[in-house]
Design a protein around this ligand. Structure first.
Ligand code: DGJ
Length: 736
């Protein structure tokens, strides 16, 4: 990794192992984007900046009519002096105007990476791991300083960017748009890829050609959302899994975001990501700083596989934190789909008894254990155990579960309050609301106002009390509605539009305190399934419940899309009952097992109701996952067949030392008399021989093949004749 500065050309060249990123300060003092792509040995790319006098493009320098901000490829464009494309920053100044002019003033190259006050980010463990370039841009009229932060890393292939805004003047500045990054790619044709969906079908892959004008994905829901993920990639039109250029951005943030691609009339494409300007503004008083969230940039010349590998390594190693980062995650059983709210201690212990005997390691008690919570209409906020359901309290329950050989975990939904609760009766102003307007409910609940310190303190106290009251080794942190009527009783009029972002800062502070106070607890975030599956959450909680949809076939799409960016160790995946509770589909238990083993494995069904034969299958699955767990959770993941394009999804994991691999394949609807498909494996040692064991239902076959044969010729998928079939191959390298 290097950051080079050429003072003569005023050129910055950032390099990591495979990538170069080049910028230049123009004669007029603007920061231009020159190049992002495969690594260049040195950069003399200044010649690439060709400016031509174009009709209707204004000139800020009358001496040089070819120069116009309208066409200049830029790094952090603003509005007012002739760039008519979408800006990265917008503000209203004390004089009522909005013209901004940011020119280069200074820069610094630092060892390591500075923390971003109160925000999640890719971190370093030693200053030698990274170099950071800080470039100060300055508007002398309004005395606004924008510092652009760029970090390159020695071991991980991402570049991170953010912006720090500082009011150096005497008058307040109202920021109305402050994105994390922007860059202008040269004339080319791109496809845009996004991960879109809804509750129960999160992160489905959507790919479309970029056309002139703006195309964007965003969330205005107060959460990153099920609907759009804070991710966007530009791909060369011919880019596929293993080849072609991909340029991706992902925002380390869990609230409202905007990600966009704007193609201008010269076929240049502006790529941006950051906090959504909708219902956002920030009052920057003299001397104050606003720090944007961080954007993670990934360039791959090797298609989606290359992009995925870079994101996975970065997130596993330098986004997720804490004791659990490198610890194999326990196989869990969650009682939600087994009992919903209708449980008591006896029922839970029956489930636990069975689960312990089958080798399951962690018992998770979901919603319904507190207050009067027998349905979803009441008690959120009243975090006191319901002794009618659990007469021996949480401690008593956890002890009995420990006797059955399992750890104990607990569900919370700390950001919410039920109108029917003691908390709401005592503090009606503690939820987000706008005086004089009705407050909408969602799942019969209101959102607590985490922009308030007293609310955050109360939640830290309530959750801490429970966690200290019993041996609780895992927490599922849920969040089940989106924000409406966003306003805070504690903020002045001119700061009301800061509420949603201040909420996120409050939430992050609460999570930081609790995860630091209880380092041994494994936290899993959740938002009605995967409604906040984003890098911001992963910084605090190293795993996420991928989706409330547990149907094995629907999960193929969800897990494929999620794993494009997020490592499988972060993806909660459970075997549930049939008919499936979300889509009523019936799939074989073997298939449900193989799909759930594509992530962080668990069960969510009433195992006391299984037949003996089914229990044997569960015991086998648990044993299999224990054998392959390290490879799945810490190995390299590859997609082998895309479920959005064909009749099946196939994927594999290869351990870092390439000694073990696991290949899985699941079919959707069957065709009569269908073709035999081959899977070409990836990431193996071509020179080595592998023992390949096919596990199909309860039967096994074993053979030996070369890594080269497996990768270049492939292996044939068994000839399935019914729907929703699956198989798994376990590969072990034979040492010569
Ligand atoms: C939504 C979650 O995604 C489910 O797994 C479950 O925890 C329910 N909430 C409980 O209310």
């Amino acid at each position: 990794m290097q950051i080079l500065f050429d003072p003569e050309e005023q050129l910055f060249h950032l390099q990591n192992k495979h990538t170069s990123y080049v910028m230049k300060v123009t004669e007029e003092g603007y920061l231009a984007h020159l190049y992002w792509g495969r690594k260049l040995r040195s950069s003399s790319t200044a010649h690439l900046l060709k400016m031509i006098d174009r009709p209707f493009s204004p000139n800020c320098n009358p001496e040089n009519p070819a120069f116009s901000l309208d066409t200049l490829p830029q790094e952090y464009p603003v509005y007012g002096h002739g760039d008519f494309r979408v800006p990265a920053l917008e503000a209203i100044f004390a004089d009522g105007t909005s013209v901004v002019d940011l020119r280069y003033r200074n820069h610094r190259i630092l060892e390591g990476k500075p923390a971003l006050a109160g925000l999640p980010m890719i971190y370093t463990e030693s200053p030698h791991e990274a170099l950071t370039l800080e470039i100060d841009l300055f508007d002398p009229v309004q005395e606004l300083q924008v510092t652009l932060l760029y970090t390159v890393f020695s071991q991980i292939g991402v570049i991170t960017r953010s912006a720090r805004l500082y009011n150096a003047g005497q008058q307040p500045i109202q920021l109305t748009r402050a994105l994390s990054m922007s860059l202008d790619l040269p004339c080319s044709s791109w496809d845009m890829m996004q991960l879109s969906g809804a509750w129960g079908r999160e992160r489905h892959l959507v790919r479309r050609p970029v056309v002139p004008g703006m195309q964007a994905v965003e969330s205005r829901r107060g959460a990153s959302s099920h609907h759009q993920n804070p991710f966007l990639a530009l791909m060369a039109s011919d880019a596929r899994d293993t080849h072609g250029e991909v340029m991706a951005v992902n925002l380390v943030y869990s609230g409202n975001f905007l990600a966009l691609a704007e193609q201008d009339s010269l076929q240049q494409t502006r790529l941006q990501i950051g906090i959504n300007p909708a219902d956002f503004s920030w009052l920057l008083e003299p001397g104050e700083i606003f720090q944007t969230p961080e954007a993670v940039l990934v360039y791959s010349a090797e298609g989606l596989d290359g992009m995925t590998e870079i994101f996975h390594n970065a997130y596993r190693e330098r986004l997720c934190r804490g004791l659990h980062r490198h610890q194999p995650r326990p196989i869990l059983i969650n009682n939600w789909e087994a009992t919903y709210f209708a449980f008591d201690e006896e029922k839970l212990l029956q489930l636990a008894e069975e689960a312990g005997q089958l080798g399951i390691e962690l018992f998770v008690l979901d919603d319904g254990w507190f207050g009067q919570r027998d349905n979803d209409k009441t008690s959120l906020g009243d975090w006191r155990v319901n002794l009618k359901k659990l007469p021996h309290g949480l401690a008593g329950l956890a002890e009995s579960i420990a006797e059955k050989g399992m750890k104990f975990g607990l569900w919370f939904e700390p950001e919410m309050v039920s109108p029917e609760s003691q908390l709401f009766r005592e503090h009606p102003d503690w939820c987000l609301h706008v005086p004089g307007r009705r407050s909408s409910t969602g799942r019969h609940q209101y959102v607590l106002d985490f922009s308030r310190k007293d609310v955050c303190d109360f939640i830290v106290h309530s959750v801490s009390e429970i966690l200290s009251s019993a041996p609780i080794q895992y927490v599922k942190w849920d969040m089940n509605r989106h924000m409406t009527e966003i306003g805070s009783a504690c903020l002045p009029v001119e700061r009301q539009r800061e509420t949603a972002h201040r909420y996120m800062l409050g939430l992050y502070a609460v999570m930081e305190t609790l995860t630091t106070r209880f380092p041994e607890v494994l936290f899993e975030s959740c938002s009605g399934g995967g409604g906040r599956f984003d890098p911001g959450m992963l910084y605090y909680m190293p795993q996420t419940w991928t989706s409330d949809n547990t149907d094995a076939i629907e999960r193929l799409y969800i897990q494929y899309g999620t794993a494009l960016v997020y490592p499988p160790i972060t993806m909660g995946a459970h075997v549930s009952a049939v008919p499936n509770h979300q889509v009523q589909r019936i799939t074989p238990l073997a298939t449900r097992g193989i799909v759930a083993m594509g992530g962080n494995f668990g069960y969510e069904l009433d195992i006391t109701k299984l037949t003996n034969e089914e229990k044997n299958i569960v015991a086998e699955q648990v044993e299999t996952y224990k054998q392959i767990r390290e490879t799945v959770q810490f190995g390299r993941y590859f997609a082998l067949a895309n479920p959005f394009e064909g009749d099946f999804y196939a994927w594999m994991f290869v351990s870092q030392n390439r000694q073990q691999a696991v290949v899985s394949c699941v079919t959707k609807l069957q065709q009569a008399n269908h073709a035999i498909h081959r899977l070409r494996l990836k990431g193996l040692d071509a020179e080595a021989q592998y023992r390949v064991e096919l596990v199909q239902g309860m039967s096994y076959e074993s053979d030996i093949y070369g890594g080269d044969e497996l990768m270049y010729a492939g292996i044939a998928i068994p000839y399935f004749t019914t729907d929703f079939q699956s198989c798994m191959w376990k590969l072990s390298k034979l040492n010569a």
